[in-house]
Design a protein around this ligand. Structure first.
Ligand code: SF4
Ligand code: SF4
Length: 190
């Protein structure tokens, strides 16, 4: 007898297709909500937040001098030993000290983007930037050397990030790249 009212409620629910209507309303809600699909790379590109850890970048000071003093701390602290630094003497003013990196390279295939290397850097020369298109067909492009890492990345430090903007294709020495249009006023949040 105590099951009577609940059985009646169950019957009414079934008769009125309540569960079906509930499911359909969820489907319809997603039909009219804004799409979160990213039209990458043809139309849009994600600009990661500043705390994102992507490709390594080597910084210069405001006078254009290399901040890296080739102390090798980044190479020592790296858990996968994928950084190689070979120092050399240079008193031409290329760097902030008379010791600069003759070789500074990172093997990305072994890097796990933990950020230990940038934390260890005493001169803030090294940062993990926001370039994330690192896929390649062979391992040759998985090794990044000093000259490439000294070039400014496509997303400057001053941009906060964490949004999607329009993109365009650009031919660079490393091949065709998808470049975000950072002048755009209208940004789409994720
Ligand atoms: S991010 Fe981590 S694994 Fe990659 S180079 Fe730096 S310390 Fe090594
Ligand atoms: S990047 Fe920084 S930690 Fe690495 S060798 Fe240069 S100064 Fe030293």
């Amino acid at each position: 007898m105590s099951n009577g009212p609940s059985r009646i409620a169950e019957f009414i629910k079934k008769a009125l297709f309540v569960d079906f209507v509930k499911g359909l309303s969820i489907t319809l809600k997603y039909n009219v909500s804004r799409s979160i699909t990213l039209k990458y790379p043809d139309e849009e590109k994600w600009v990661p937040d500043r705390r994102f850890r992507g490709l390594h970048t080597l910084n210069k000071d405001e006078n254009g001098r290399e901040l890296c003093v080739a102390c090798e701390l980044c190479a020592k602290v790296c858990p996968t030993k994928c950084i190689t630094v070979i120092p050399m003497e240079d008193d031409t003013g290329r760097g902030i000290a008379d010791r600069v990196a003759k070789v500074w390279k990172v093997e990305l295939a072994r890097c796990m983007f933990c950020g230990y290397c940038e934390d260890a850097c005493p001169t803030r020369a090294l940062r993990l930037g926001r370039d994330y298109e690192l896929a390649c067909l062979d391992l040759s492009c998985a090794v990044k050397e000093k000259d490439e890492l000294l070039r400014p990345q496509s997303i400057p430090e001053t941009i906060q990030g964490g949004f999607i903007v329009r993109s365009r294709f650009e031919r660079t020495p490393e091949g065709i790249k998808v470049v975000p249009d950072l002048r755009m006023q209208k940004k789409r949040n994720l």
